[in-house]
Design a protein around this ligand. Structure first.
Ligand code: NDP
Length: 304
């Protein structure tokens, strides 16, 4: 599967020069602000009225209804809380009619199946559809640090790149399977939320031992920095199906996790997350993989 990641170009988009943004939560507002700052004619709409005041002051056109909003531009970006909200907005007949022949880019977090179902609905209604995911916070939008993932028809993506480029950062087209951006999104957010759960647990354990979060932070950053090279190294192992435990076999990892579980229990701190990881490591050891590296458990998880 070939993908292309390219930085946004700052060249003035030739066409189209307009965009509609549906959804004015923190991210939707930031997208609209960034389009406006890039000089695009930007139309906005939000379920709850009144969230567009600052945008209108900066030149946005406030559409009174969603059908009027989507009729204002060839390209509509939908950035709302989830696909239930996407469906609530788009599946009304008057909105679907107004979208016919136009393009929708859903930059809303959800599952691959939700993106595929939206793709089927769009195809049934003659609507051109790209799905996408935003991997960085609002503060990055419009800067080189923003990261956007896209999936869907390549030609459609390329047609709308001039407008998407106004959002800055890098844009990666991951493939024509409309669910592929969401599939990356859920896998990447899996890393984020399990890491944050681990960090919250570590802070609780440290505090129980009289260590403040501030005291722990510089060392926590050091632990975090170990991970990026590990992702690259272990990815090669996983893709090859070999799991070298040289230097840190599963037997040793399970033992280290057991210390943390015992220390947590001594302080009455919930150990559910870590026990689950330790349990997987012990299962792999039981299956004869004790000398393998930690990523062997990805195979066990994959088997359910
Ligand atoms: P939220 O996730 O809180 O979404 C708020 C928006 O969703 C509002 O416009 C809200 O409208 C709308 N909404 C909720 N339910 C419905 C509904 N049933 N019908 C119509 N509209 C509805 O805010 P964000 O802007 O932060 O996030 C938007 C998307 O961007 C999410 O998918 C999020 O995961 C993603 N994202 C956000 C990032 C961030 O830093 N904020 C970073 C990366 C991705 P109303 O005002 O009427 O309630």
């Amino acid at each position: 599967m070939s993908t292309t990641t390219t930085p946004a170009t700052s060249a003035t988009p030739a066409a189209p020069r307009s965009v509609t943004v549906l959804g004015l939560g923190p991210m939707g507002r930031t997208l609209a602000e960034t389009f406006l700052a890039a000089g695009l004619h930007t139309t906005v709409w939000n379920r709850t009225p009144g969230r567009d005041a600052a945008l209108v002051e900066r030149g946005a056109l406030s559409a009174p209804t969603a059908p009027e909003a989507v009729a204002a531009s060839e390209l509509t970006v939908v950035c709302v809380v989830n696909y239930a909200a996407v469906t609530a907005i788009l599946h009304r007949p008057e909105v679907a009619d107004a979208l016919k022949g136009r393009t929708v880019v859903v930059l809303t977090a959800g599952t691959p199946d939700e993106a595929r179902a939206t793709g089927e609905w769009a195809a049934d209604h003659g609507i051109r559809y790209l799905d996408g995911a935003i991997m960085t916070p609002t503060t990055t939008i419009g800067t080189p640090d923003a990261v956007f993932l896209h999936s869907g028809p390549l030609a459609l993506y390329e047609e709308h790149r001039p407008v998407l480029d106004a959002l800055g950062g890098t844009h990666t087209h991951l493939g024509e399977d409309i669910g592929r951006a969401a599939a990356h999104d859920i896998a990447l957010l899996d890393i984020f939320w399990t890491a944050m759960a681990g960090y919250a647990h570590a802070v609780a354990l440290a505090r129980a031992e009289g260590i403040t979060a501030g005291e722990l932070a510089p060392f926590a950053q050091g632990i975090g920095a170990i991970l990026p090279p590990l992702f690259a190294e272990t990815a090669q192992e996983v893709d090859r199906g070999t799991y070298s435990g040289e230097g840190n076999p599963l037997t040793s990892a399970a033992s280290a996790m057991a210390h943390i579980v015992r220390a947590s229990e001594a302080h009455g701190i919930d150990t559910g997350v870590l026990r689950s990881a330790e349990g997987l490591a012990r299962r792999a050891i039981g299956l004869g993989h004790g000398g393998d590296g930690f990523l062997r458990i990805a195979e066990l998880l994959g088997r359910g």
